[in-house]
Design a protein around this ligand. Structure first.
Ligand code: DGY
Length: 420
């Protein structure tokens, strides 16, 4: 894999903007939250100091209420929409969007800490970052789970990271579209429109942004007024795993005082996850919090409870069986939507394509439950895609064609994390 390694390293260097890494030139010219946290794992294999910087820079954008924003606008860029002028952060010192993203950071801090050669730097930086991570996780419970259910709400498809997942179709359709100022999508100047969300979705993404902006991103108001509110499997799986890693870190760095608080979150979520398991479909599903209904869509997020370690052995076996069924239907796994579902679109962003970061999380989960051979298959599929088609944002699970952005940072980072 030496060619993939070299190309991946080169991509991180090219996309480095000094302390933070953009996901892809033109298409995503700022620092994205979960991208950055995953990209830090790639940096770890070539420059440990730079890996820590990535996380320090991300967490330096934390809001006073604890939220870590989904995009940080470090430098102006005309190639992305909606930028700071739409989010209303031009005149504010925040310089970011007003929503969050799946909280990968604590997971990365633990991994960097464990693999560190420079132990002193690792201890110093992890100790500095710990209170910020704890504050962010606290924010999730305060802002997004005020009733203490153990599962947090996601208020915007962009927060889920899986923007146009079929899981959001019905909930999003019910968002009444506001009278929007005319806007021009910049993503379509970089990527073929067949690979991106549709206009109906963008209108609603923007409607929600204006709604939140008018409420000054007040956490209580947002929770109550958002016309989109779901229990997202990706966010909740990542948050739970991040709590396990945060608890581990607390013990390593002598922050045992935080142990009980984190343990309470962990215990509650562990139980609450059972309400998201669909035994008939043999997969976990998201829930629409506004209707209370389980969402009838099987997506790759349905396997992430393995990454979270919340599945029991029977559930893990069922997930492995479901995954094997999916893999028989496509050439490359893991498709982001059940390939037998009518909503499956192999090139359209989160409606079918394979994503390296999801594969990385799924393989981590499979191995933890003893499904090593299946994990190996998924890993080999991913490396084959990259080797034959390039380091793309995502891939067509049927043909293998690369899609979305090219020279893509988190795909490169996952290759480095896997191979090295
Ligand atoms: C985009 O602009 O497509 C991003 O996914 C938003 O985070």
């Amino acid at each position: 894999y030496s060619a993939i390694i070299e190309a991946s390293k080169e991509i991180l260097k090219q996309n480095d903007r000094g302390g933070y890494t953009i996901p892809a030139k033109g298409l995503y010219p700022y620092q994205w939250n979960w991208d950055s946290a995953l990209v830090a794992l790639g940096w770890a294999s070539l420059d440990e100091t730079r890996a820590w910087e990535e996380l320090e820079k991300l967490l330096s954008a934390q809001w006073n209420d604890g939220m870590v924003p989904h995009i940080v606008f470090h430098q102006p860029s005309p190639t992305y929409f909606p930028g700071p002028e739409i989010w209303g952060s031009v005149e504010s010192p925040r310089g970011s969007t007003g929503i969050t993203q799946p909280p990968v950071a604590a997971i990365s801090v633990r991994r960097l800490f464990e693999s560190a050669h420079d132990k002193e730097l690792a201890l110093k930086t992890a100790t500095e970052l710990f209170p910020k991570l704890l504050a962010w996780h606290r924010w999730f419970y305060k802002a997004r789970d005020p009733e203490g259910t153990g599962l947090v709400a996601t208020l915007h498809p962009w927060e889920s990271g899986m923007d146009n997942s079929p899981a959001w179709d019905e909930a999003l359709e019910r968002v009444p579209v506001a009278k929007l100022p005319p806007y021009e999508r910049r993503d379509l100047g970089h990527v073929n429109s067949a690979m991106r969300p549709r206009k109906e979705e963008y209108d609603r993404y923007l409607t929600l942004v204006y709604l939140f902006r008018d409420a000054d991103y007040d956490l209580k108001k947002l929770y109550n007024l958002s016309t989109f509110r779901v229990t997202d499997l990706c966010t909740n799986s990542i948050l739970h795993r991040a709590n396990l890693d945060l608890q581990w870190l607390a013990r390593q760095i002598g922050r045992d005082d935080a142990d009980q608080e984190i343990a309470t979150w962990i215990a509650r979520t562990q139980v609450a996850f059972n309400s998201l398991y669909d035994p008939a479909a043999q997969i976990y599903k998201c829930r629409d919090q506004l209707t209370g209904q389980m969402i009838d869509a099987s997506t790759s997020a349905g396997f992430l409870p393995l990454f979270a370690r919340v599945a029991d052995t029977a559930q893990a076996a069922a997930l492995a069986a479901t995954l094997e069924r999916w893999l028989k239907k496509v050439r490359y796994g893991v498709p982001s939507c059940d390939p037998t579902d009518a909503r499956f679109e192999p090139l359209r962003y989160w409606r079918g394509p394979v994503w390296a970061i999801v594969n990385w999380m799924i393989t981590d989960g499979l191995r933890a439950y003893g499904y090593d051979a299946l994990a190996e298959t998924v890993e080999l599929h991913t490396l084959e895609l990259v080797e034959q088609h390039g380091i793309y944002e995502y891939f067509d699970p049927v043909t293998g064609a690369g899609a979305g952005g090219s020279y893509f940072s988190w795909t490169a980072a996952m290759c480095l994390a896997w191979i090295l």
